[in-house]
Design a protein around this ligand. Structure first.
Ligand code: AOF
Ligand code: ZN
Length: 385
């Protein structure tokens, strides 16, 4: 009887496997990128690894450790260019050279200015054969936020919204819990866990007394406890420092950052700031835009440049998400639609001042629609026409 032939480990299959390994770091590597590595020799995988957490070994090091002496003469498939710098860990390009790896196939160049082609250069100088760009788009898709921060100094920004089938997010009174079901809320937990920061507005904090944390018991992932050890930075846009001292969000593990606007500096906010700091918050003051509101573009740049945020999730009311949308700051929208109707006196999803004629309508491109429990999730991004 003839044995079943195994699928050969072609270069594309090796890289696809490295990409799936990288995804295992989806919720834990922040602020580092997700990276996977496969070592192949004579048609066999002799080692593999992925980057799990910042400060811990990079993907290549795990793969080299698994392969041991067999790494000599092997081909490494790495989703991101091997690093050349001494960061929290020593350079991976050096480790690959020392192990005698003869060929390295790279998914994409590292946009980190500390690396940016130097890893590839170092490998080539040492006589290693290097190819760049295999499954590049898939390698990039792993780290859209990291790429954005490194190359443009701003994060990738997504908004999460939940609404009834008639597009309403809350009753007129502000009552909004809960529109969507438990499965959709678990899905939001995963969105949060993959984010560097969650941004909300002071009105949402006042009305919902939300915690905006990642909760292990709601994550429905095998390593939920490990994942929940890292809490995304919680950011409250609160130009006039109206966050209640007793708000739940201030008592959660991790950091709550309250962002006030310079225009309110004339008010005597020092006492208020001190009280909020004593209640556990960090308070900063950023430039203002119209009506004394915090300038959102500047806020996102601050989050990328000063707080290492790759991916920011906005979970806020119609005014703040509307302002983000109108300022062209939203990359993607995750809209959960529940099979309920709230009626015409309930609140709408976005406040978009100035939108009056059909010609003014905002266009979206829908990328994905899926059922999540009883609800539907639409993923869409704004497009200019
Ligand atoms: C790699 N392989 O698996 C990862 C890389 O502070 P460190 O030492 O962890 O370095 C972080 C930087 O290293 C990060 O910004 C990115 O440029 C690169 N990440 N490189 O060779 C990996 N995670
Ligand atoms: Zn490295």
């Amino acid at each position: 009887m003839r044995g079943r032939r195994k699928t050969p480990w072609t270069p594309a299959r090796c890289m696809a496997h490295a990409i799936s390994l990288a995804r295992r770091g989806r919720y834990t590597t922040d602020p580092n990128p997700r990276v996977g590595c496969v070592l192949e020799k004579a048609g066999r995988i002799i080692g593999e690894g992925w980057h799990y957490r910042a400060g811990e070994p990079h993907a290549e090091i795990h793969a080299l450790q698994a392969a041991g002496g067999k790494a000599h003469g092997a081909t490494a498939y790495v989703t991101l260019e091997p690093c050349s710098h001494h960061g929290r860990t020593p350079p991976c390009a050096e480790a690959l050279i020392q192990a005698g790896v003869s060929r390295v196939v790279v998914g994409m160049q590292d946009p980190n200015p500390l690396v940016a082609g130097n890893g590839i250069k170092r490998l080539r100088e040492a006589g290693v054969d290097v190819e760049v760009g295999l499954l590049e788009a898939d390698a990039e898709a792993l780290n859209l936020g990291f790429i954005r921060r490194m190359s443009e100094g701003r994060p990738r920004v997504c908004a999460k919204l939940a609404a009834s089938l008639d597009g309403r997010t809350a009753m007129w009174s502000g009552e909004s819990q809960w529109i969507t079901g438990a499965s959709a809320r678990a899905d939001v937990q995963r969105l949060r866990a993959a984010s560097s920061a969650i941004v909300t507005g002071v009105e949402t904090v006042i009305h919902d007394d939300c915690a905006l944390t990642v909760r292990a018991d709601q994550l429905t992932l095998p390593d939920a406890d490990e994942i929940a050890q890292r809490q995304p930075l919680r950011v409250i846009v609160d130009s006039g420092l109206r966050t209640p001292i007793g708000a739940r969000i201030l008592k959660q593990p991790g950091t709550t950052l309250i962002v006030a606007s310079q225009d309110h500096a004339h008010l005597d906010m020092a006492a208020r700031q001190q009280a909020l700091e004593e209640a556990g918050a960090e308070v900063i003051v950023l430039p203002a835009q119209a009506q004394g509101r915090v300038e959102l573009k500047g806020l996102f740049e601050y989050l990328a440049q000063q707080r290492d945020c790759n991916e920011v999730l906005v979970e806020a009311g119609a005014t703040l998400v509307g302002a983000c949308l109108q300022a062209g700051l939203l990359d993607d929208i995750y809209l959960y639609l529940a099979p309920v109707l709230l009626g015409q006196s309930a609140r709408a999803l976005f406040n978009l001042p100035g939108l009056e004629r059909m010609a003014d309508k905002v266009h979206l491109k829908i990328h994905d629609i899926r059922a999540v429990g009883e609800d539907w999730r639409i993923q869409a991004s704004p497009v200019s026409v």
